[in-house]
Design a protein around this ligand. Structure first.
Ligand SMILES: [Zn+2]
Length: 351
């Protein structure tokens, strides 16, 4: 009955993605570029991307993984440290393709050791960002090991983000990969200077997924999956049509070896099926008409960028995600829904 169902939307953008570097980057960039017109590339490499020159080189490396005529525009973010200067902010604001700064509280997630130790250390820099209309992209979790891991987002919002917003109300802030009802509520209650990205996996799964039939390292990400009531709050926000919520996959590739070991890495790889999974989620919420705003309009509007002119057509035609993506001699990435059927496919693109 529904096998020929198609949905055409303006070309979507992924407002939060990790490409890493080297061989793994060459493996993952084409997946994102096949679905999205633009992607907001996270700067948490080792060492992190802190200068305009580093971002320019990194962007060139990303483009070099694609055919020369590829229509894909990576947008770059710089990594905030305790030592970022106002002068650097001014340079970043003038640079093509740089649209934001990423705030990682020190030691909160992958390659965040050089992150900001106290937001009060960087207030002049944040004021400079507000002046230049650069967006602050926040990994909104405290890194205090005493705080329960499931509460770290709510605590960060209450103790750090809400006061920061009151202090610099003109600063555009994105709560990246929001995962809690408290995060959703914070975004809804503040004005149009605050928004949030939402991943496909936080819309699809609650924390039980990490323990379904045994410990599942490939369902471990940060911020960690939360209880069902939070997932339902995220789904309601995404399906509400509110311009404050938009797609950001947080697709974060790690090799199987680096996830399946003592101290396995956090991160879920979803770029291989990102739009297919978002459309499945919106269909399950009976909100297909809200997908285009969420995936293609709200993020561009928040960043003050033009919406994409091209179109993407999705079709309700099942395919099976591979059990892994192999690259290099001995590496593989285990993707989200590995070996499982996915209900929707990409049917065409008109750029
Ligand atoms: Zn991320």
């Amino acid at each position: 009955m529904s096998e020929n169902l198609t949905l055409t939307i303006a070309q979507p953008d992924d407002w939060h993605v990790h490409f890493r570097q080297g061989a793994i980057m060459a493996q993952v960039v084409p997946h994102t570029a096949a679905r999205f017109a633009r992607a907001m590339v996270m700067p948490n490499l080792s060492p992190p991307i802190v200068t305009v020159a580093q971002a320019r080189n990194y962007r060139a490396e990303i483009m070099a993984t694609l055919p020369a005529d590829a229509k894909f525009n990576p947008l770059m973010s710089l990594y905030l440290t305790d030592h970022t200067t106002r002068q650097q902010v001014t340079e970043a604001a003038a640079a093509q393709h740089i649209v934001g700064y990423k705030l990682y509280p020190a030691a909160s997630t992958t390659n965040s050791a050089r992150g900001v130790t106290r937001v009060s250390n960087i207030m002049p820099v944040l004021e400079g960002m507000a002046e230049h209309r650069l967006v602050l992209q926040v990994h909104a979790e405290v890194s205090d090991p005493e705080v329960d891991i499931f509460d770290r987002e709510a605590v960060f919002i209450e103790q750090i983000l809400a006061p920061l917003h009151r202090e610099i109300p003109d600063l555009k802030i994105i709560v990246e990969h929001v995962t809690t009802a408290q995060g959703v509520q914070f975004v809804q209650q503040t004005g149009d200077q605050v928004a949030a990205t939402i991943t496909a996996h936080h819309l699809m799964f609650n924390r039980n997924e990490m323990f379904r039939g045994g410990l599942r390292p490939h369902a471990y990400c940060l911020p960690v999956l939360k209880r069902e009531s939070h997932r339902l709050a995220l789904r309601k926000a995404a399906a509400s049509g509110s311009r404050a919520f938009f797609a950001g996959t947080d697709s974060a590739p790690h090799t199987r070896q680096s996830k399946q070991r003592d101290y396995g890495c956090a991160g879920i790889y979803s770029a291989h099926a990102a739009m297919e999974l978002y459309v499945e989620v919106f269909e399950s919420m009976q909100a297909l008409e809200k997908l285009e705003g969420f995936a293609s309009h709200h993020g561009a509007d928040f960043y003050g960028l033009a919406r994409n002119a091209g179109k993407l057509t999705l079709q309700k035609k099942p395919w099976r995600a591979p059990p892994s993506y192999r690259f290099g001699r001995q590496h593989e990435i285990i993707p989200l829904c590995a070996g499982q059927p996915i209900a929707w496919s990409i049917a065409g693109r008109d750029c």
